[in-house]
Design a binder for this molecule. Structure first.
Ligand code: NAD
Length: 285
C-alpha cells in the first residue's frame, strides 16, 4: 500500500518505520523535520498524502488534527482511507468522519515501547468498510485491534479506559502511602493486594512502589513510561466528553483535578504518572 504518515513523533516514528519494514511504501511528514528509516520524507502534509491509499495521522491533539485534515482532504484520492491514531476528543473524530466518511478513529494503548515493538492495541471507530482497510495495518503496528463501533467509538473507549487507569493509579498510590504510615511493609502489601480484590493493572503490572512487582518506571526514578501530563490530557478529554453528554463521573473529575495539581502546581511535569506515590508520601491529611 502507499501510505502517507503525518506526525513522526515519539509514537509515529516507530509506527511508520514498522509499516515500511513490512514492505509498504511510506511517505512521511512532520513539522519538526523528523526523518525515519525506510520512510520517504517530504516537506508538507499534502505531499505526503497525494496518491496515498491510506493516510495515518499521529498528532498531539484534536485542534491540530482538524487543521491537518482541512489541509489534506481536498487532495485525497477518492478511495483513500484516513486513519487517525492520535488521542483526540470524540467530537474531532466525528467531524473528521463527517468530512471524510472513509475514516477510522483508532487511538492506541501500549506507549512508546509498544509502538517500537509493534505491539500496540488499537481501539477503532468507523464503518466496516473503513475498518477492513485499516485492520491489516493495525496488525503490523500492533498485536490487537478492536472495532468498537461507529466513528468516535475508538476515542470513547480510549478515554474511558484511561479514566479508569488514572483513578486506579491514584488510589493505589494513596493506599501505599497509607500502608507506610500504618507500618505495613510495601512488599507484603503488594503480595496481598496483587492476589486479592484490590488488584489492578496499576498494582500488578506497573507497581508505583520501587523494587516491588515487575520492573516499572518507579524502578527508574519515575522516568516515563507514561508521563503525568499525558494522563492529564486523557483525563481532561474524559471530562470534556462527560460534560458534553451529561455523564456523572465524580471520581474521574477528582482524578483530573489531582493530576492537574501535580503537573501544573507541583513537580509532576515530566515524571511518570505513577510518581503520585512519592507525592502522597510527602503529604499529610
Ligand atoms: P509527540 O509530540 O512526540 O508527536 C507528535 C508529532 O506531531 C511531533 O513530532 C510534532 O512535531 C508533530 N506535529 C505537530 N503538528 C504537526 C502538523 N501540523 N503536521 C505534521 N506534524 C505535526 O507525541 P506522541 O507521544 O508521539 O503522541 C502522539 C499521539 O499519541 C498523542 O495524541 C498522544 O496522546 C497519543 N498517545 C501517546 C502515547 C505515549 O506514550 N507517548 C501513548 C498512547 C497515545
Amino acid at each position: 500500500m502507499k501510505i502517507g504518515f503525518i506526525g513522526l513523533g515519539n509514537m509515529g516514528a516507530h509506527m511508520a518505520r514498522n509499516l515500511a519494514a513490512a514492505g509498504h511504501e511510506v511517505t512521511g511528514f512532520d513539522v519538526a523535520g523528523v526523518t525515519v528509516d525506510g520512510v520517504r520524507n517530504v516537506n508538507s502534509s499534502v505531499a505526503a498524502v497525494k496518491t496515498a491509499d491510506a493516510i495515518i495521522t499521529m498528532l498531539p491533539n484534536g485542534q491540530i488534527l482538524r487543521s491537518v485534515a482541512a489541509e489534506i482532504i481536498p487532495v485525497l484520492s477518492p478511495n483513500a482511507c484516513f486513519i487517525d491514531c492520535s488521542t483526540v476528543d470524540v467530537d474531532s473524530a466525528r467531524r473528521l468522519a463527517a468530512d471524510w466518511p472513509l475514516s477510522v478513529d483508532a487511538p492506541v494503548s501500549g506507549g512508546i515501547g509498544g509502538a517500537d515493538a509493534g505491539t500496540l492495541t488499537f481501539m477503532a471507530g468507523g464503518s466496516d468498510a473503513a475498518f477492513a482497510i485499516a485492520a491489516p495495518l493495525f496488525e503490523i503496528m500492533g498485536q490487537k485491534s478492536v472495532h468498537c463501533g461507529a466513528s468516535g467509538a475508538g476515542q470513547a473507549a480510549k478515554i474511558c479506559n484511561n479514566m479508569i487507569l488514572g483513578a486506579t493509579m491514584i488510589v493505589t498510590c494513596e493506599a501505599f502511602a497509607l500502608a507506610d504510615k500504618l507500618g505495613l511493609d510495601r512488599q507484603k502489601m503488594f503480595d496481598v493486594v496483587s492476589t486479592s480484590s484490590g488488584y489492578s493493572w496499576s498494582m500488578n503490572a506497573y507497581c508505583p512502589a520501587p523494587g516491588i512487582g515487575p520492573e516499572s518506571p518507579s524502578d527508574n526514578d519515575y522516568q516515563p513510561g507514561f508521563a503525568a501530563e499525558l494522563m492529564l490530557k486523557d483525563l481532561r478529554l474524559s471530562q470534556q466528553a462527560a460534560e458534553a453528554v451529561g455523564a456523572a463521573t465524580p471520581i474521574g473529575q477528582h482524578a483530573t483535578k489531582l493530576y492537574q495539581q501535580f503537573v501544573e502546581d507541583e513537580d509532576g511535569l515530566g515524571k511518570d504518572f505513577s510518581a503520585m506515590l512519592p507525592r502522597f508520601s510527602k503529604l499529610n491529611r
